[in-house]
Design a protein around this ligand. Structure first.
Ligand code: NAD
Length: 497
């Protein structure tokens, strides 16, 4: 079967370049698609613009709009098996992660935004100057280009389209071209849910061509990207000529700081899980562990024990803990970081248990790097693989300096039973989210987003919904007078008092 882009409520048989989706667990082609080009960008933007101005979505009653988004969630659940299977095939994600985490969280997110969109609040209505009544209107932005990464193809698609659609926008979703399948499957489901044609369009094609054309298109009002910091920079530049609204969820390099007053069993378990999630291809993954020097060796031993039990294998097997990394180039990149660290003098612990069927895929053993320096690439840069660095620290001040000493500012965790220290650290860590004695959990009700070079804007929560709206202040005169008390400041004499 050949896959195509979904434009204006139907599959579009483009004449574009044929491309393939490769299962990273085997290196085999699992699907073929026709990549969209500039012609399809024009078609999709025209469809989204026309759908926006027709108002069949943006002016729908909030209860009806929410009902259709709930229906989409229900339909996704009805097609859960296929969605999960394709998600695993295209990304190499372990099926238990997709089944019990990504998929239910995506559904929860969709339902959350459907519900909360009905109670979007503005500032209280008031006569602030005594002469006018003011109120706030929250309005949809217009056509939103939602550009998604490959690491959580379905969940990131929903994180983007759910708040954008709930707020009344029309959307062009561009999934990563190596993992487009589950995003494309949303097209017909959205139609079946009653979302009008043109409201959700899904374009599959390369970021440098299709993504860039969307960013530059005059009729696209907002760009929402989840991706690499480098991509965020390019998009900021391209969007600047039209001063477009941006929402940028970019990379991360999360620290986890472990003090001497915490159970090492708890910390090692929590940090192992947080570093290996999604084969380490997670922007919030725990990638740098700083351990109090008095517990450094014991922590390392425990982490190694856990890493040694990790089962690498077929992503479609529920007993698999760790799948492959996404592609050959990601494999080379991650191996490159490990080899560079080894050359620099790091100690490299390769752990895990490989099933025999790992031979053909892009599998990388869970790896611990020690004896590393803070300024090395493996400590400073996003590796995006199952690799963690562990370093000792002497005191609170040093821990804080080391943890903050990266360009990123997405997520961090603090492991201590000292309440004062936990509160102090949560205040001083320069990251958009800080966990205390845990690392990873997110919830639809609370925001997720970064600072520094991890970008700006938030996914999840009412903050995300607000970002997909504009604020309009409406001010209504109450007096019906021809000459208002302030007119003299522009026309006429200063009144005598
Ligand atoms: P990427 O930046 O390479 O690609 C992301 C998307 O941008 C893709 O759809 C791609 O085609 C598109 N793109 C690439 N160049 C473009 C351009 N010039 N103009 C417009 N679009 C362009 O990222 P990736 O490799 O797919 O994903 C991994 C990255 O995403 C990591 O850095 C990770 O930390 C980040 N991420 C961040 C979050 C978060 O919430 N902050 C969540 C998931 C992933």
């Amino acid at each position: 079967m050949q896959w195509h882009s979904w434009i204006n409520g139907e599959w579009t048989k483009t004449e574009g370049k044929p491309d393939t989706v490769v299962n990273p667990a085997t290196g085999e082609v699992v699907a073929e698609y026709t990549a969209a080009g500039l012609f399809e960008v024009e078609q999709a933007v025209a469809a989204a613009k026309s759908a926006f101005y027709k108002g069949q979505w943006s002016r729908l009653s909030l209860s009806e709009r929410a009902a259709r988004l709930y229906k989409l969630a229900d339909l996704m659940e009805m097609h859960q098996k296929e969605l999960i299977r394709w998600e695993c095939l295209q990304s190499g994600k372990p099926i238990k992660l997709v089944t019990y985490s990504d998929f239910p969280f995506a559904i929860d997110n969709l339902r959350f935004f459907a519900g909360i969109s009905r109670v979007l609040e503005g500032q209280a209505t008031q006569e602030y100057n005594g002469l006018h009544t003011s109120w706030i209107r929250r309005e949809p932005v217009g056509v939103v280009a939602a550009i998604a990464p490959w690491n959580y193809p379905l969940m990131m698609a929903i994180w983007k389209i759910a708040p954008a659609l709930a707020a009344g926008n029309t959307v062009i979703l561009k999934p990563a071209s190596i993992t487009p399948l589950t995003a494309l499957m949303l097209g017909p489901l959205a139609s079946e849910a009653g979302i009008p044609e043109g409201v959700l369009n899904i374009l599959v094609g390369p970021g440098a061509l299709v993504g860039d054309a969307l960013v530059r298109h005059p009729d696209v009002a907002m760009i929402s990207l989840t991706g690499d910091t480098h991509t965020g920079r390019s998009i900021m530049q391209a969007a600047s000529s039209r001063v477009k609204r941006l929402h940028l969820e970019l990379g991360g390099k999360a620290p986890a700081i472990v003090w001497d007053d915490i159970s090492l069993d708890n910390a090692a378990q929590g940090i192992a899980v947080a570093s290996l999630v999604n084969t380490g291809q997670d922007c919030t993954a725990a990638t740098r562990v700083y351990v109090h020097h008095s517990r450094y060796h014991s922590f390392l031993e425990k982490l190694q024990e856990i890493f040694n039990e990790v089962r690498l294998g077929n992503p479609l097997d529920f007993k698999t803990d760790l799948g492959p990394v996404i592609s050959r180039s990601q494999y080379d990149k991650v191996r490159g970081y490990i080899n560079q660290a080894r050359t620099q003098g790091a100690q490299v612990f390769s752990c895990g248990r490989r099933a025999p069927d790992c031979e053909r895929g892009y599998f990388i053993d869970p790896t611990i790097l020690t004896n590393v320096e803070q300024n090395w690439s493996c400590v400073q840069e996003e590796i995006f693989g199952p690799v963690i660095v562990v370093m000792p620290f002497e005191n609170d001040e040093e821990a804080l300096v080391l943890a903050n000493d990266v360009d990123y500012g997405l997520a961090a965790s603090v492991w201590t039973n000292n309440l004062q220290r936990a509160l102090d650290m949560s205040k001083k860590l320069e990251f958009g989210e800080v966990w205390l004695n845990d690392h990873l959990p997110l919830t639809s009700e609370m925001p997720h987003g970064g600072i520094k070079q991890s970008g700006f804007g938030h996914d999840l929560s009412h903050y995300a919904l607000e970002e997909y709206t504009t604020i309009k202040h409406v001010m209504a005169d109450l007096s019906d007078d021809k000459i208002k008390p302030w007119h003299f400041t522009i026309l006429g004499d200063v009144p005598s008092t």
